[in-house]
Ligand binder design. Sequence first.
Ligand code: GLN
Length: 539
Amino acid sequence: MGTSRHAKFIFITGGVVSSLGKGLAAASVGALLENRGLKVTFIKLDPYINVDPGTMNPLQHGEVFVTDDGAETDLDLGHYERFTNARIGKGNNFTTGQIYDAVITKERRGDYLGGTVQVIPHITDEIKSRVLAAADADVDIVLVEIGGTVGDIESLPFLESIRQMLVELGPQNAVNCHMTLVPYIPTAGELKTKPTQHSVRELREIGIQPQFLLCRADRPLDDDIKRKIALFCNVPQDHVITCADAETIYEVPLLLHEQGLDDKLAKALNIWSRGANLKAWREIVRRVKEPKSEVTIAIVGKYVDLTDSYKSLNEALRHGGLDNECRVNLRFVDSEKIEETGADKQLAGAHAILVPGGFGTRGVEGKILAIQYARERSVPFFGICLGLQCAVIEHARNVCNLETAMSREFDKDARHCVIDLMPDQENVVDKGATMRLGSDPCRLEPGSLAHKIYGKPLIDERHRHRYEVNNEYRETLVAGGLILSGINPERDLVEIVERADHPWFLGCQFHPEFKSKPTAPHPLFASFVAAAMTYARGT
Ligand code: GLN
């Protein structure tokens, strides 16, 4: 199947409950192996039937992570990219819906020659071929995370596929790491192993014997507990690994390394490599734990969005802090509260203000008020995607005197749509993948703030939006003092706006947060946090 001959597979399953942090564990293992000099990649298999995670409600599902090639993926792929140098794209995230869609399309085309199409082998073969295809890119290790919890009906075809692969690839080429929960029961004063035992039994019932157990617990497992888990779960005792709660997620690779997980995986998979070089990770953790200063940044969004829907953004702000050895406290401000009680009340004390991406009318006026506050008080302001669009509306209304300025998204009949659909988007009705998605180039105006920050004239950033700055208003906006400092050279679209009359005011149509890593903080976030520090010193 064209698989690179030497690629080995680590399958990561989860049991007992969801939200154990499988994605983080997978990313951390990837980081450890990469720092041993191995080339890693990841696949996330999602058991839901939606074909396109892009149309899923971020409240139920968390952030939609966007890759360079424009795939709208699960937020775990963000962890993979932040923790490693793996190149993640369309081939790294599959849903059950996509798998069935492909098989049904083949059936309609007559590919199965009238044979009965079944879960085994047709669905499982489709899953296996996609997992094996990821090994094409000349990687040493493919980490495959299976979404959901063992015992769910939905994930059975995925588990059956990895059962087959474990047998077909052989024990030195593929292992299963099963993540479980070991709860501490305060009244008994004990960690309890029973849920782990049940979960492993469930896995063994479908033919999978895990080689490693990653046990989430609020404290380290002692030897007695490990012995018990090993005995009941048929796993060597030194393969029972504690995943204790960490002070920062960036400590997880170090905590796993201290227990020798990367050595043990290398041994199990018969991989010869050097030891892990974790200097960079140690420095990150030191900076998180011993910051030299502290700032508070207000993130102004819809109340309901202010959680996991901004995962990458929250991390990118923390990375900006790491670059400055500064702790970044995030204050989530509900934009509708600003509408009710005014910006002063909600934003006082913030050292910088950020308006992130978003969709829909709700709370937009509050975001515009927050931007007016930032502009008038010279508080550092960063607008991302919808944040840029709101900044342009604010400027048009309050500086250029176009009182009815709006985005077509919020009022189809508005007189001055300074934010509008691209002409080729006007008649699109389909809900999937109709946005400008993925990486696009942007040329920076020499001498602008953006140019200084990036230190180069041409950049690439990722997009996920339908609306754009309306080119018909460019002259008016510029006459009012807005600097259009980033332009898409291929399509002549506004990508970055800033102001000369303000210490740090920048809006971008793209999402820089998707490309920030703790090991390489994104320059816009590093500069924004530095501006917040300067502002804090002046107050
Ligand atoms: N809703 C806006 C658009 O579609 C902004 C999208 C975003 O912030 N990601 O253009």
